[in-house]
Write a protein that binds this ligand. Sequence first.
Ligand code: ADP
Ligand code: MG
Ligand code: ZN
Length: 553
Amino acid sequence: MLQKANDLLKTYFGYPAFREGQESAISAVLERKNTLCVMPTGGGKSVCYQIPALMLPGTTVVISPLISLMKDQVDSLVQLGIDATYINSSLTNQEASERMEDAAAGRYKLLYIAPERLESPYFTGQLGKMDIPLIAVDEAHCISQWGHDFRPSYRHITKMVDGLAGEPVMLALTATATPMVREDICSSLGIRKDHEVITGFERKNLSFSVVKGQDRGKYLKNFLKQNKSETGIIYAATRKTVDQLYENLKKGGLSVSRYHAGMSDADRYSEQDRFLRDESAVMVATSAFGMGIDKSNIRYVIHYQLPRNMESYYQEAGRAGRDGLPSSCTVLYSPQDIQVQRFLIEQSIEPNRAAAELEKLQGMADYCHTESCLQETILRYFGETETEPCGRCGNCTDTRESEDVTKEAQMVLSCIIRMGQRFGKAITAQVLTGSQNKKILEFGFDKLSTYGIMENWSAKDAGSLIEFLISEDMIGVEHGTFPTIYVAAKGKEVLKGLRQVHRKAAVRSAEISTKDPLFEELRALRKQLADEASVPPFVIFSDASLKDMCLKL
Ligand code: ADP
Ligand code: MG
Ligand code: ZN
């Protein structure tokens, strides 16, 4: 069987060998096991159903959310000499029913359909007459509310399958590997937990980096000057930014395309086409661009603004370097991006789902603030546990010495405790830096002994330290209507002096003024409590309750 699959790979597709995971997925399908195949973008998922489709009698049905790409995929199959067609809303009713009749007569090896079709009883009735050995559910994360691209019509798949005469094998394919999404896909489609084919998610030819604290317009201009001859994608968060960037780059003499959902279908199609044909070097787009795009020579993907979550980020960044050559993936980060994305999420999502989205956004913020390996951070997010630093990313290659910021971390953590662990990041930073903000006075936070203990810091730097401590899991975030922060288990260890904190981007901690009465008090207390082993070294206990609290941590 697998020899046959190997031959087909060579004769039809012209590839010398299978890639990681392809063979296991194909043999699982041929053994009639319902299977979930998780491979990174560009990993080669299509072959996993296309080859079985050629080997099995009848017509394989491929459910794909990408109307704009069905035609391309089908065209390239037809070019390879494979009988394939698609049915979606781009066809007239007449065309659709003609194709459906041909399909029912068994004319095709592969039939691509949009999930919305499954809502039509006429259509599912026709499918019921067909011989369908395999149903491939592409971009299967669309079935899950936890995924980043939930499509309600994916929920009709199971009903359709129940209405079929035979019992087709289900093959679900996705590049999203979070455990919750995987579980959702498996339980929705009746896939057993041990029928997952998951390949390593590391992309060894990609180097990730996060650029912060720089003017992104300038950065981009410089970057493009140095990479004039290369092909790349620039993602921006809003249509307006896409339009602005597009105009600017065009004025600067670059051959550039653009893509966002506010453009007409025809415009989008022709812009995408120019880019795919190498007629333009740079694509400026919102995240509407790129799902399923197969362009091999993309040398860089730049996110001009923060993506909304890690799932989208890895999928979008993963479009770089499909040919295996070294490519770069860069996020240009500024803290206000979080506000922009938060706003976009709150505008577009029902409140009961917004909390989950905001939590994912925090995952993205963590990515921007961590000083650990970025590739590892991504892999861990997707549930891989055996990871090692990549040695290529911006953090792995950052040669700055890290500094001990344990003391500063303790200031932040003790302030959070004093504020009752019920407030957000911004106000905590303000209390730490001694802001005169009306809200702070209203809450009486100016009476706290941690008020102003970082008064030589800017609120921005204090905020960035808070974000760093969140990315280190020392501070936790509770995502409700207002996100609040609390001291997490690792943070408690820091407070107790059992764990140190190091940071490369340490703001040179403004020398703590020894004249400050608070620190006098602290020093005295430290001396007095020197033999109390569990006493945090730097918590300021001018009130007994806090001391008790810290001792109980
Ligand atoms: P995915 O759907 O996982 O993002 P695709 O199925 O679109 O990926 O495949 C990505 C690219 O890899 C395509 O250009 C495809 O032709 C190529 N490819 C797939 N399998 C192989 C293989 N075994 N050897 C070489 N190239 C392959
Ligand atoms: Mg694909
Ligand atoms: Zn790394």
